[in-house]
Write a protein that binds this ligand. Structure first.
Ligand code: ADP
Ligand code: F6P
Length: 334
């Protein structure tokens, strides 16, 4: 369980860089710490890149010493900052980025981010030959090649803490609440949060939702004397405002739901123990893979085993949602 790869050094890389990119996630800091210390322990110099690809393309790069990553294992956010960088979608810009890294003597890069950031990482290594290893850093848990992404567990627990509180007032006032969690394109957060908070229903982008079924279930709940309060967990989905639209529709059916949008609160906060261990293992493993000569891979964890998956697969394969979780929430509610 959690065995780190035992691979011999097979490159003459003597300096690597690390960056965080895309939406931040709790656990990015322990990942940065792990990459830094694992490399320094092997006598490899480490550079931090500020603000993801935005910082890379302007050379916002600085050397990281061991003391720079002291006391960050417990902190949310990312000491390297994060950003989205449209310019990096241009191959000319990616080529310039590789030159900037070479000028600093950097022979390998660790990119911590979501599927967009890992797509950029794949293109960078494929086009320029610069060795790049990715780590799955996003709260969304929508990345193929790993059971959990770094930050997902913390986001799940943050959402649960909030929903438990919402349920208190929902019960006192015998009210239905629609609670929106993050997940623009995926219902991984919603499905797990929904099961864990005892939601009456979970609404996710992957599964067609019928308003009539929800109204029927709420009416049944009352008729059977199972109370008038309830939590419906909604994944935000691709079009902003979904939860308010649902609330309006429910009002036309005589319901008076409360709405709570949890929003960016889910991206912050101290990483949980699970996220810290995951980030620490994957960070150290990323350095081992880079030094052994691997490139164009993402390091993940499947069934408690550290794995390396080609970045091309990360780009092209979708991690399926487990529909049983959505059904289970409904089943357990009855
Ligand atoms: P996340 O990594 O959290 O999924 P984004 O999808 O916003 O976040 O991607 C983060 C950054 O990764 C983008 O701003 C861009 O710099 C880079 N990126 C995303 N998609 C591509 C792409 N197709 N080609 C090159 N770079 C990309
Ligand atoms: O990090 C992923 C994510 O949290 C999505 O779930 C969400 O839709 C998106 O980021 C929002 O990010 P931003 O407000 O930074 O665009």
């Amino acid at each position: 369980m959690y065995r780190l790869p035992e691979l011999k050094k097979n490159t003459n890389i003597n300096a690597i860089a690390v960056m965080t990119s895309g939406g931040d996630s709790p656990g990015m800091n322990p990942a940065i710490r792990s990459v830094t210390r694992a490399a320094l322990n092997q006598g490899v110099r480490v550079f931090g890149i500020n603000r993801g690809y935005s910082g890379l393309i302007i050379g916002d790069i600085f050397e990281l010493k061991s003391s720079d990553v002291t006391n960050i294992v417990q902190r949310g956010g990312t000491i390297l900052k994060s950003d989205r960088c449209e310019a990096f979608k241009d191959p000319v810009v990616r080529n310039q980025a590789a030159e900037i890294l070479k000028e600093h003597g950097i022979g390998g890069l660790v990119v911590i981010g979501g599927d967009g950031s890992l797509t950029g990482a794949h293109l960078l290594t494929r086009e320029t030959g610069l060795p790049v290893v990715g780590l799955p850093g996003t709260i969304d848990n929508d990345i193929y090649g790993t059971d959990d992404t770094i930050g997902f567990d913390t986001a799940l627990n943050t959402a649960l803490e909030a929903i438990d509180k919402i349920r208190d007032t929902a019960v006192s006032h015998e009210r239905i609440f629609l609670v929106e969690v993050m997940g623009r394109n995926s219902g991984h957060i919603a499905s797990q949060v929904g099961v864990a908070c005892g939601a009456e229903m979970i609404i996710v982008p992957e599964i067609d939702f019928k308003l009539d079924a929800l109204c029927f279930s709420l009416a049944n709940q009352r008729a059977e004397g199972r109370g008038s309060s309830g939590i419906i967990v909604v994944a935000e989905g691709p079009r902003p405002g979904l939860t308010y639209r649902l609330a309006n529709q429910l009002e036309t059916h005589g319901e008076k739901p409360g709405v709570c949008i949890l929003g960016h609160i889910q991206r912050g906060g101290r990483p949980t123990g699970h996220d810290r261990v995951l980030a620490s293992c994957l960070g150290a493993a990323a350095v081992t893979y880079l030094m052994a000569g691997f490139t164009d891979i993402m390091v993940g964890m499947i069934n408690s085993k550290i794995t390396a998956t080609p970045l091309l697969d990360i780009m092209n394969k979708k991690k399926p949602l487990n529909p049983q979780l959505v059904e289970l929430a409904q089943l357990l509610h009855k």
